[in-house]
Design a protein around this ligand. Structure first.
Ligand code: FMN
Ligand code: EPS
Length: 392
């Protein structure tokens, strides 16, 4: 499975093409729209999300709500494009009027300055801003929704939520109270900030509200968990086959993500081996299993069959209403950075995007390992493989 996206933030459309989804997967626009709505409804976002109502159109690869095995083409319209038709028109040459809203004062922390230097966009950094915007993540969540649909069919559940926003942090010990990700999902999705409990939700909202009043921005940490993952996805044999490495790349590839850890992650660096290694047990019903999951479901770049636990670090949003020091790229004079309308934080949306990226990498790994032309054949192969692993 592979995919590609295209689309500018204020351009007419966001698009994605996915290749390699088996024939015979039931897939509806509602399956995808549900995930797009989760990304959109996130506490701390700006006015743009009020303008947009993200809805997908399935353009190809599906017939009567069932995948054909051919490339799937997806499309989400940018409602805000209606306000940018002249400025973002792909089909008319530039003139004095349609190049009005130039960006000449690069925002520290955004792609503006380096992107401008690299692509020679010295006439207008909007040419960088438009594609470097996280608007594109709408399509990654759409692709992730297809991956999640496939994973659900083979008993794999993936869920992302918020651990902290700035200083407001959830107590993760409550995670042991949940037997399934579905139970955890119901709780975290009930909070506007998508965190673990009502007290933290209130504290996070307070932090976001105060940050907004201060004309500032704030980051945080998200966690993604996956259950039902078969043993042995990914491989130790070559560095680029390691699935934890692929997931790390996929997470840090999301706009504003600056760190990733698995299981106990950075905390494991302060512990001794006896506290960190997940001891091995066996019983006739389960086959091999572990007494703990400090390594987050990976050994040797391969899934162990335990729950996958990945955390991602999201930096604060670069565009500040209290604009920071910058330099006009035309005059080279000091200026405050440009202010595009902006989010105060994107951590709650980021949890959904990170979940989508983990789902995409898990789906890719499953489809790489088994014959993936058809869903029934994939199911047959997986059932036989799971049985073999149990008998090991
Ligand atoms: C969901 C989401 C929304 C974002 N919204 C904004 C925003 O409103 N303003 C902004 O300056 N950056 C925003 N960002 C962050 C920028 O897209 C990101 O910092 C920029 O592309 C530079 O990439 P880097 O931070 O990965 O280096 C957002 C990121 C995400 C994930
Ligand atoms: C449009 C989305 O996020 C955008 C990501 C973004 C950025 O710089 O990354 C900047 C903002 O764009 P605008 O100036 O149009 O408000 C966000 O709203 C979205 O997530 O759908």
């Amino acid at each position: 499975m592979r995919y590609m996206t295209a689309g500018e933030s204020h351009g007419p459309e966001e698009v994605a093409i996915i290749e390699g989804i088996p024939a015979g997967l039931t897939l509806t626009q509602a399956d995808i729209d549900e995930q797009l709505a989760r990304r959109q409804h996130a506490y701390g976002r700006g006015q743009r999300q009020v303008i947009e109502t993200d809805k997908v159109t399935i353009m190809a690869g599906v017939r009567h709500q069932v995948t054909l095995g051919s490339p799937i083409a997806l499309n989400v319209h940018n409602d805000d494009h209606n306000h940018w038709t002249k400025i973002m028109d792909p089909n008319v040459p530039a003139d004095a009027e349609n190049t009005m809203r130039k960006v000449m004062r690069p925002r520290p922390g955004h792609a503006d300055l380096v992107g401008g230097m690299k692509y020679r966009h010295q006439a207008d950094l909007r040419n960088v801003l438009e594609r470097s915007s996280a608007r594109e993540t709408v399509m990654r969540v759409a692709v992730g929704a297809v991956a999640k649909k496939l994973l659900a069919e083979i008993g794999v559940d993936v869920h992302g939520f918020v651990l902290n926003v700035g200083p407001a942090r959830a107590d993760t010990s409550v995670l042991t109270n949940y037997r399934t990700l579905q139970e955890l999902r119901e709780v975290t999705e009930s909070f506007p900030t998508r965190t673990l409990d009502a007290e933290t939700d209130a504290k996070i909202r307070e932090v976001i509200d105060q940050t907004k009043r201060d004309a500032n921005t704030v980051g945080g940490t998200v966690q993604v968990m996956a259950t039902g993952v078969p043993v042995g996805l990914g491989s130790y044999v070559s560095a680029d086959e390691k699935l934890d490495a692929k997931i790390a790349r996929a997470i840090v590839g999301i706009n504003a993500f600056k760190g990733v850890e698995f299981g106990g992650g950075f905390e494991n660096a302060e512990k001794y081996g006896s506290e960190v290694m997940d001891e091995i047990y066996w019983d006739a019903d389960r086959g091999f299993y572990r007494g703990s999951n400090n390594l987050g479901g990976f050994e040797g770049g391969m899934t162990t069959g335990e729950m996958i636990v990945v955390k991602g670090v999201v930096k604060p949003i670069p565009t500040l209403y209290r604009a920071m020091q910058s330099v006009d790229i035309d005059t080279h004079e000091d200026h405050r950075a440009s202010i595009e309308r902006s989010d105060t934080t994107a951590v709650t949306a980021a949890a959904v995007i990170a979940e989508a990226m983990v789902a995409i990498e898990l789906a890719k790994a499953v489809l790489d390992k088994f014959d993936a032309d058809n869903m029934d054949r994939l199911q047959e192969q997986l059932a036989a493989y799971r049985e073999e692993i149990k008998r090991f």
